[in-house]
Write a protein that binds this ligand. Structure first.
Ligand code: DGJ
Length: 561
């Protein structure tokens, strides 16, 4: 065999290759950002859509590099790809104007060693609506940094009102701006840090609003023009509850808070929403000016007939997100801390055309293992991050007796199985999300089935049953990967456990059957077929089944006649 030597490529070809690599690197070097892609908005990291299968640490875990060191390999082995990690104003700026970034540097280095991305939570003026994270030089200076008056007495919670005069807000913004400048300097090319949370669950607890002198003056004043201007410009897209309240009071273009929204706790909540929003949007804008990463706020959920104050009044609840948006554009996302059992209702309220779903906190364990499929399948959630993800790996794990935490520790393995299965199909899932052909579901005895359409097909998904046995748990996602109208060829990909699928045609008189059902797996995006499922495993050809005992990845081809 004559050895074929490649002639030396001319210099121009060599240079083209080098330049295209540099261009590709430059494209990848764009900072993490959100991008509208077809039917959805996705997080883009290093130039590609990124599906965040993450977790949030306990509040104090990341305050010590030593404490975190043994955690990282086990967290990465879950496998999670992102860790939501608190950093605090008190540890970053212990003395006004003097910043200490050693902890941030250490956390970034530890995350890099495990190829895990980070979302930093900036715990500063408020965390769970109270002010335990500001530095002492802030806490001990109530003249410069006034407190909220709640239920008739001065609280230890910093007031967002007086801060708008440039006290607390400017100091907070300056500190976060310094943090972002530092992160850009050390991580602007590596993108270990991919998003930032600004404050944590802000809002006024135990009272419907701040009753400090500045707050009372503000509440009696005219609503800032930005609010009615936004309401008018976005009237048809407003949250229905907010629109109805505004319309019920005359759809006014001006007036005091009580004149525009009625003299009730709802007006108090809207007033507080404006003031927290005005503050946080300004802090986020200062941070973005230093390093433009996606930024969001998270909400301690209330809603329904609960009175503001029993949950943080003014926090980014669905019914005041529009008020938050009227105060600025620096925040990219409004995110629920979603622990509620009516998970689907809340997810649907937050997943708006102008607000992709992101879950910075939610349940882990078996509940998280199930709901992650619904979140990324039905709502194209860009991130799913159970809280206390480190509970199963902490020194205290074995000593845990508190039932919900013990269940979370026990169920971490099940969550890991879901993450492993979704990770394997993530590139396909992200592509199909953009096309809008994905559905996710979490079935139970209370909700044993769900129906939806996919192109020309009706799809029914129900708890699996065979030979008299019925599963009481079924969760997963389905997507249509091929739909060739000309040949009638269609293919679906499914991942999950404990459910069965029946597909029918939406065209009267046309029939659909399963031409083939295979289980298997994806490795580096390549399908590795396993069994051809038939007989009992398809209920004698009558259903596309997913065994309840473990998560399976299966492909089904349809035929029509
Ligand atoms: C929600 C908060 O955002 C977290 O920091 C933590 O306090 C959890 N609640 C505890 O359930």
């Amino acid at each position: 065999m004559t050895s074929r030597r490649f002639a030396l490529a001319p210099l121009s070809v060599f240079l083209t290759l080098v330049l295209s690599c540099l261009a590709a690197r430059a494209a990848d070097n764009s900072a993490p950002h959100l991008e509208k892609r077809g039917a959805v908005t996705q997080l883009i990291v290093d130039g590609r859509p990124f599906l965040m299968l993450g977790g949030e640490l306990h509040n104090s875990s990341s305050s010590s590099l030593e404490y975190m060191k043994p955690m990282w390999p086990r967290l990465a082995g879950l496998p999670l790809n992102t860790l939501l990690t608190p950093i605090s104003w008190e540890l970053v700026e212990p003395v006004e104007g003097r910043y200490d970034f050693a902890l941030i540097d250490g956390l970034i280095n530890q995350a890099r060693e495990q190829h895990v991305r980070l979302v930093f939570l900036w715990l500063a003026a408020w965390k769970n609506s109270v002010s335990s994270y500001p530095p002492v030089w802030v806490k001990q200076n109530p003249e410069r940094f006034p407190r909220a008056v709640l239920n008739g007495s001065v609280s230890t919670t910093l007031s967002t009102l007086a801060s708008n005069s440039g006290g607390l807000r400017d100091a907070d913004a300056k500190a976060l701006g310094a943090v972002m400048e530092h992160i850009k300097r050390i991580d602007g090319s590596d993108h270990t840090v991919i998003m930032m949370q600004v404050e944590n669950e802000v809002g006024t607890l135990t009272d419907t609003r701040d009753h400090s002198p500045a707050a009372n003056r503000g509440f009696a004043s005219a609503v800032p023009a930005e609010v009615p201007r936004y309401l008018k410009a976005h009237r048809e897209a407003l949250n229905p509850e907010l629109r109805d309240l505004w319309v019920a009071h005359g759809e006014r273009a001006s007036g005091t808070w009580a004149e525009m929204f009625g003299d009730s706790s709802r007006a108090d909540e809207i007033f507080m929403a404006w003031n927290y929003a005005h503050y946080v949007q300004a802090v986020a804008a200062a941070a973005k000016a230093a390093y433009d990463l996606p930024m969001y706020v998270n909400a301690w959920l209330g809603g329904g007939d609960r009175a503001p104050g029993s949950y943080p009044s003014g926090g980014p609840q669905p019914r005041v997100i529009d008020i938050w948006r009227s105060a600025g554009t620096a925040l990219d996302l409004y995110a629920p801390d979603l622990y509620q059992t009516n998970f689907a209702d809340w997810a649907t309220q937050y997943h708006r055309p102008d607000n992709p779903l992101f879950l910075p906190e939610t349940n882990g364990g078996a509940a998280g293992a199930a709901w992650v499929f619904y979140a990324v399948g039905e709502h194209a959630a860009m991130g799913f991050c159970p809280f206390a993800i480190d509970a199963a790996f902490s020194p205290e794990a074995a000593l845990t007796t508190e039932p919900s935490l013990a269940a979370l520790v026990k169920g971490t393995g099940e969550l890991g199985q879901s993450y492993t299965a979704i990770n394997a199909i993530a590139p396909i899932l992200l592509e199909q999300q953009a096309k809008g052909d994905v559905h996710g579901f979490n079935l139970s005895k209370q909700h044993p089935s769900v129906e939806f359409t996919m192109k020309g097909y009706s799809v029914e998904v129900s708890l699996d049953q065979v030979f008299g046995y019925q599963s009481d748990v079924g969760y997963g996602l389905l997507m249509m990967t091929v739909d060739d109208e000309r040949t009638g060829r269609a293919e679906l990909l499914g991942v999950g456990r404990g459910f069965r699928v029946i597909v029918s045609s939406r065209t009267p008189g046309r029939h659909v059957g399963f031409a083939a059902i295979d289980d298997g797996r994806y490795e580096d995006g390549k399908w590795i077929a396993g069994r051809r499922l038939n007989g009992d495993e398809t209920d004698q050809g009558g259903a596309w089944r997913f065994d309840p005992r473990a998560i399976h990845t299966e492909r089904a081809a349809l035929y029509r006649y």
